[in-house]
Design a protein around this ligand. Structure first.
Ligand code: GLN
Length: 550
C-alpha cells in the first residue's frame, strides 16, 4: 500500500481549539498546490461517531456532504473550496470509523486468534487508512489535520500513528503545530508560555513539531519568535506569524509572505515546480476588498439560538457560496440572520422584510418555526423579493404554494405534521422502512444524484446544461401526487431525477417573479471561490437588480 516518495504533513493544534486549524490546513494545502503539487488533505475527528451526520450543527457546525454521500466535518468543505477539488471518503476519518473496522475484522477472525488491542491494531489501522488515502488519485503530499488539541485523550492514538510514520520515514513526514498566543487584556503583552507547554506535551508523546504557526490577534514580534524558537526547538524561520486577518482567503497569501511554502519544501526535502503560483487566488482575494456596493440578504432559519459564534459555522457553505457569486458580480453581501420563530410569535412582522434585497431559507430539520418560514416565503413570493430555497427551503416553498394557490389549507410536510390531510412533502417507501428500525445514521438520500433540467427554465438558463449532478442530504421528497396540480397553478418543476419521479428544482417563471427558486439538493456544497455556483449566481444577479430597482 505504501507509496514511495509520498510526503505527509501532520497538523496538530496546541493550547486551544477554535483558532483556525482547519483554515491553516487548507491554506498550507493551497500554498503547496501553488508550488505545483497534488494535495491530499485528510481530516481526522477523534470522536466515536462513525460520521458527522448525526451531530447537531449548533454544536458541531455544518455537516459537509461529499460527492459519495459521506457526511463529514465542515473542514472538508474548506479543503474542497481552497483546493478546488472533490474529495472522497478516504479524506475523512473518525475514531468511530477506525474502531468499527477493527472490531468488524476481529469478529471475522481477521486477526488470527490474537488479542486485539489499541496498540498496535488501532494505531496500524489509522496508518493503513492514511497510506491508502495517499495512494489514490496521484496525490503527492497528504496534509493530515488531527482534530482537537494536544493533551486531549481522544487524539493520542492518531499522534501515536503519526509518530510511527515519522520513525519509518523521517524525511517524508513533517509535524506542524498550530498554536495560540494569548494577549491577556490586563497585561497587553503576548505570552508564549502556553505554546511552550503545548510543545512539551507533544514532546512527551515522542513528537517534535518542526514548524509552528503562531496564531494570535497580533503579529509575532522578533522577541517572541526568538523565544518560541529557543524554547520549542525550532528554527526561527520556521515560526510563522499568523495574526487575525479579515478574510480567510488571505491566509494562503499571508503564509506565502512568511515563506511557509519554502519552509515546507526545505523540511520535506522537496523542490517547488514552476507554476503560475497564487495569481488567480490573489486576484479573487483582492477583488473582494475593493468592493463598495453592498446587498442585504436575509437568511431565515432556526440554528440561531446559540448566538453569533456557532451560527456562521452551521451555515458556512451557504455563506461562502453567496460571497463567491456576490464578488463575481461586484457586490459585498451583508447577511442578516432572522429567527423564523419570531415571525410566528409576532415579535417580527413580515413587513420588516422590505429592507432586504433577497431572502434565503436554508436547509433544516424537523423544527419549530415552520409557520414563520412559510410566512416569509409567502411574503417573498407576493412581493417579488428574490428568493432561494435550499432543500427544506424548497420543500416549504412547495407547501406554501399548495396552501395559497391550491387552497389546501393544511398542506404540510410529513416531518412536521404526519396527520395533515395534504402531505405535499412526504417520505419515500424506502425511507419509511429505514425509520421503522430507527436506522437514522447515514440513511438519508445522500451525495450526488443527477437532475434533468427543463429547457427554457431559469435553472436551465443558469446551468446552460441539460443534465447536472448535485449533492443531497434529505429524507423527504415532494409528493408526486401533487405535481400536476401544482404545475397547473404555475409552479414549474424545472429539475427532476432522470426517471422523472423526484423533484429537484422548483421555480416560478420569470414573468411571474424575478427569482423564486428552490433546490432539493444543496448547491452550496459545490460552490468554489474560483468557480461560483450557477444557482447562487442567478440568485445574486436578481438580488442586485432588485436592489437597484428600489
Ligand atoms: N428536513 C428535510 C428532509 O429531511 C430537509 C433536509 C435539509 O434541508 N437538508 O428532507
Amino acid at each position: 500500500m505504501k507509496k514511495k516518495d509520498h510526503k505527509y504533513i501532520f497538523v496538530i493544534g496546541g493550547v486551544m481549539s477554535g483558532v483556525g486549524k482547519g483554515i491553516a490546513t487548507s491554506a498550507i494545502g493551497k500554498v503547496l498546490q501553488a508550488k505545483g503539487f497534488n494535495i491530499n488533505p485528510i481530516k481526522i475527528d477523534p470522536y466515536l461517531n462513525v460520521d458527522a451526520g448525526t451531530m447537531n450543527p449548533t454544536e458541531h457546525g455544518e455537516t459537509f456532504v461529499l460527492r459519495s454521500g459521506l457526511e463529514t466535518d465542515q473542514d472538508l468543505g474548506n479543503y474542497e473550496r481552497f483546493l478546488n477539488k472533490d474529495l472522497r471518503n478516504e479524506n475523512y476519518m473518525t475514531s468511530g470509523m477506525v474502531y468499527q473496522s477493527v472490531i468488524e475484522r476481529e469478529r471475522n477472525l481477521g486477526y488470527n486468534g490474537k488479542c486485539v488491542e489499541a496498540i498496535p491494531h488501532i494505531r496500524d489501522e489509522i496508518i493503513r487508512r492514511i497510506e491508502k488515502s495517499a495512494s489514490l488519485n496521484g496525490s503527492e503530499i497528504s496534509i493530515i489535520e488531527i482534530g482537537g488539541t494536544v493533551g486531549d485523550y481522544q487524539n493520542i492514538m492518531f499522534i501515536e500513528a503519526a509518530r510511527v510514520m515519522k520513525g519509518h520515514n523521517p524525511k517524508d513526514v513533517l509535524f506542524v503545530m498550530v498554536s495560540y498566543l494569548p494577549i491577556p487584556g490586563k497585561l497587553g503583552e503576548m505570552k508564549t508560555k502556553p505554546t511552550q507547554n503545548a510543545v512539551r506535551q507533544l514532546n512527551s508523546y515522542g513528537v517534535q513539531p518542526e514548524l509552528i504557526i503562531a496564531r494570535s490577534s497580533e503579529p509575532l514580534d522578533k522577541k517572541r519568535k526568538d523565544k518560541i524558537a529557543i524554547q520549542c526547538n525550532v528554527t526561527q524561520k520556521h515560526v510563522v506569524s499568523a495574526p487575525d486577518i479579515e478574510s480567510v482567503y488571505d491566509v494562503p497569501l499571508h503564509f506565502e509572505k512568511g515563506k511557509l511554502g519554502d519552509s515546507v519544501m526545505e523540511l520535506l526535502h522537496m523542490r517547488p515546480r514552476k507554476t503560475s503560483g497564487l495569481t488567480a487566488w490573489r486576484n479573487f482575494a483582492n477583488k473582494s476588498k475593493r468592493l463598495k456596493k453592498e446587498v442585504n440578504i436575509a437568511i431565515v432559519g432556526k440554528y440561531f439560538d446559540t448566538g453569533n459564534f456557532v451560527l456562521s459555522d452551521a451555515y458556512i457553505s451557504v455563506i461562502e457560496a453567496i460571497k463567491y457569486s456576490a464578488y463575481k458580480f461586484g457586490a459585498k453581501p451583508k447577511l442578516h440572520w432572522l429567527n423564523s420563530k419570531e415571525f410566528e410569535n409576532g415579535k417580527k412582522k413580515v413587513g420588516s422584510l422590505k429592507e432586504f434585497d433577497g431572502i434565503i431559507v436554508p436547509g433544516g430539520f424537523g423544527e419549530t418555526g415552520i409557520e414563520g418560514k412559510l410566512q416569509v416565503i409567502k411574503y417573498a413570493r407576493e412581493h417579488k423579493v428574490p428568493y432561494l430555497g435550499l432543500c427544506y427551503g424548497m420543500q416549504l416553498m412547495t407547501v406554501e404554494y399548495a396552501r395559497s394557490k391550491l387552497r389546501l389549507k393544511d398542506a404540510n410536510t410529513l416531518e412536521i405534521n404526519p396527520d395533515a390531510r395534504h402531505l405535499v412533502v412526504d417520505l419515500m417507501p424506502e425511507q419509511k422502512e429505514l425509520l421503522k428500525d430507527k436506522n437514522y445514521g447515514g440513511t438519508m438520500r445522500l451525495g450526488v444524484y443527477p437532475a434533468k433540467l427543463k429547457e427554457g427554465s431559469i435553472a436551465h438558463s443558469l446551468y446552460k446544461e441539460k443534465k447536472v449532478e448535485e449533492r443531497h442530504r434529505h429524507r423527504y421528497e415532494i409528493n408526486p401526487d401533487y405535481i400536476e396540480r401544482l404545475e397547473a397553478k404555475g409552479l414549474v418543476f424545472s429539475g427532476r431525477s432522470p426517471d422523472g419521479k423526484l423533484m429537484e428544482i422548483a421555480e416560478l417563471p420569470k414573468k411571474e417573479h424575478p427569482f423564486f427558486l428552490g433546490t432539493q439538493f444543496h448547491p452550496e456544497l459545490q460552490a468554489r471561490p474560483l468557480a461560483p455556483h450557477p444557482i447562487f449566481n442567478g440568485f445574486v444577479k436578481a438580488v442586485l437588480k432588485f436592489n437597484e430597482s428600489k
